[in-house]
Design a protein around this ligand. Structure first.
Ligand SMILES: CC(C)(COP(=O)(O)OP(=O)(O)OC[C@H]1O[C@@H](n2cnc3c(N)ncnc32)[C@H](O)[C@@H]1OP(=O)(O)O)[C@@H](O)C(=O)NCCC(=O)NCCS
Length: 164
């Protein structure tokens, strides 16, 4: 794991760029620090699917506190994809993961990553961005709402097959 002295956001010169397979250790280390679970093979597959194929529709961004010539950890990741026509929807950008290092939260990193992925969506002609948040997940709800997102036109439906 890469050692890095904690800095506060105003001192950070954040680099946000697309992930490559060379970032596998950084991404896995970040996620393991947050979740306590090593999911290296999951992240290898995710980077392969999202970051290396259909690059114009899938976006996997990493936030680092330094440029690429310096060894430093990942402080955040955000992942999204343009999906079209499912559920009768025109193509739109879906954000399906956003995560910031526990020691660096509430310093604006999530917001910078959100803006960066929205720019990626906008650059390929996408006007609408969607995500899914549990109603009782106050942090994620507060975060996405603070970025201007609000309830959309769809309602999620589900069923527990064991109770049917
Ligand atoms: C949601 C998350 C990405 C936000 O990242 P962050 O860098 O801490 O967010 P920011 O500092 O950019 O905050 C932007 C806004 O979000 C809201 N926000 C962020 N954290 C918040 C918190 N803990 N409580 C309430 N509001 C919060 C605030 O409105 C904030 O704006 P403000 O600073 O002007 O008040 C981060 O908390 C996180 O990684 N959470 C876990 C995400 C998760 O569940 N991942 C697993 C599935 S991928």
């Amino acid at each position: 794991m890469v050692e890095f002295a904690a800095k506060t956001a105003p001192e950070l010169e954040l680099l946000i760029r697309k992930v490559t397979i060379d970032d596998l250790d950084l991404v896995n280390d970040l996620d393991a620090r947050i979740t306590g679970v090593d999911k290296r093979e999951y992240w290898r597959d995710m980077i392969d699917r999202v970051a290396t194929r259909r690059a114009g529709e899938r976006f996997f961004l990493i936030a680092k506190p330094c440029n690429d010539t310096v060894k430093c950890p990942a402080l955040g990741i955000i992942i999204g994809e343009i999906r079209g026509w499912e559920f009768g929807s025109d193509p739109c950008g879906w954000i399906f993961a956003a995560s910031v290092d526990l020691d660096y939260r509430e310093q604006g990193i999530g917001e910078q990553m959100f803006k960066a992925i929205c720019e990626e969506f906008r650059a390929v002609g996408t006007e609408t961005v969607r995500t899914m948040v549990r109603r009782d997940d106050q942090i994620n709800m507060s975060f996405f709402r603070s970025e201007g997102m609000s309830a959309g036109p769809y309602t999620q439906l589900e069923i527990n097959l064991n109770e049917r």
